[in-house]
Design a protein around this ligand. Structure first.
Ligand code: PEP
Length: 296
C-alpha cells in the first residue's frame, strides 16, 4: 500500500502542484496514464540498439566473400533487432555493396585517409568510400596504431574525415597488456577518446561508435571477462558524461577481442556493452550468426 501511494504520488506530483484538483478519479487515471506512457517512451528511446560488426581484416577473395555473405544472409533472422555490419577489405567493397544491397547488413571499410584528396599514393578518401556506399569505417584499430604508426591525433583526423563524408566512424581504443598490468588502462583509453573530443568536440563522439578492444585480447583467444569489459565500458561512459550526459547515454560502445559464440552471450548481457567488433569469428558465417543470435 505504501509503495502504491508513493508511486501514485510520483506520477501526480507535478499535476497536484499545478492544479490541486487531483481528487477526481478520471483525472487521476488520465494523468497516471499520460505520465506512464511518456516515461516508457523515454526509457525505450534511451535504449541503445546493439551492433554486431565483423572486421574481416586482410582476408578473403571474391568467391569466399560471396559464400560468407550467402551464409550470413541465409541464417540472419529478420526478427533480431541488432544492427549487423561487415567491414571488408577496400577492393571488395563494391562487391559487398552489391551483395548486401537488399539486406539489413551494413557495409563498412577498415580504414580511410585523413586527407580529402590529392597526392597521397595508395590512400582512399572518405568521399571515395561514401561513393561506393560504405556506411561505416573503422578508425584507429590497434593494428593500424601499432603496425602503421597511427597516432591518436591522426586517428582523430580520420574520424573527422569520416564524419565529413557522411560515414559513421567506429573509434577503436584499447590498452596493451603492459598498460593493463601497469594499471593505466583508463588513462590510455581516455586519452584515445580525448584526442577526438579535444579536436572535434563531444558532438563528434555523438555521431560515431566506440569499440573498446583490449589489445591483448585481439586475435589471441584471450577475452576480457564480462566483468573486466563492463568495468571499462562503464568508466568510458562516465568519462563521456563529464562532457555531455546525453551523449554518454546514447553512444554505442562495442567490445572487441576474441568474441566468439561461446562468450558472446555473457559479454553482451553487460549493461554498458552495446555489441561486438569481431575479427576471427566474423570469417565463418555460422560463428558470426551465432553471435548475432546472442545479441538478439
Ligand atoms: C578485431 O580485429 O577487431 C578483433 C576483435 O579480432 P578478434 O575477434 O579476432 O580478436
Amino acid at each position: 500500500m505504501l509503495v502504491f501511494r508513493l508511486v501514485l504520488g510520483y506520477y501526480l506530483r507535478p499535476f497536484v502542484k499545478r492544479q490541486n484538483i487531483a481528487k477526481n478519479p478520471v483525472v487521476i487515471k488520465a494523468v497516471v496514464k499520460q505520465r506512464y506512457l511518456s516515461d516508457l517512451k523515454r526509457v525505450l528511446d534511451m535504449a541503445r540498439q546493439r551492433l554486431i560488426a565483423g572486421n574481416w581484416k586482410m582476408n578473403g577473395s571474391s568467391d569466399s566473400i560471396k559464400e560468407l555473405l550467402a551464409g550470413i544472409h541465409g541464417d540472419l533472422d529478420p526478427s533480431w533487432k541488432s544492427a549487423v555490419l561487415v567491414c571488408a577489405p577496400a577492393v571488395y567493397l563494391p562487391l559487398v555493396s552489391d551483395l548486401v544491397a537488399e539486406s539489413k547488413v551494413a557495409m563498412g571499410a577498415q580504414n580511410l585517409s585523413e586527407q580529402a584528396s590529392g597526392a597521397y599514393t595508395g590512400e582512399i578518401s572518405g568521399a571515395m568510400l561514401a561513393d561506393i556506399k560504405a556506411q561505416f569505417v573503422l578508425v584507429g584499430h590497434s593494428e593500424r596504431r601499432s603496425l602503421y604508426g597511427e597516432s591518436s591525433e591522426v586517428v582523430a583526423d580520420k574520424y573527422n574525415a569520416a564524419l565529413e563524408n557522411g560515414l559513421k566512424p567506429v573509434l577503436c581504443i584499447g590498452e596493451t597488456l603492459e598498460e593493463r598490468e601497469a594499471g593505466t588502462t583508463m588513462e590510455v583509453v581516455k586519452a584515445q577518446i580525448d584526442a577526438v573530443i579535444n579536436q572535434y568536440g563531444i558532438e563528434a563522439i555523438a555521431k560515431g561508435v566506440i569499440a573498446y578492444e583490449p589489445v591483448w585480447a585481439i586475435g589471441t583467444g584471450k577475452t576480457a571477462t564480462p566483468e573486466q569489459a563492463q568495468g571499462v565500458h562503464a568508466e568510458i561512459r562516465a568519462h563521456l558524461a563529464q562532457f555531455d550526459a546525453q551523449v554518454a547515454e546514447e553512444t554505442q560502445i562495442l567490445y572487441g577481442g576474441s568474441m566468439n559464440p561461446t562468450n558472446a552471450e555473457q559479454l553482451l548481457a553487460q549493461a554498458d556493452i552495446d555489441g561486438g567488433l569481431i575479427g576471427g569469428a566474423s570469417l565463418k558465417a555460422e560463428q558470426f550468426i551465432a553471435i548475432c543470435k546472442a545479441a538478439g
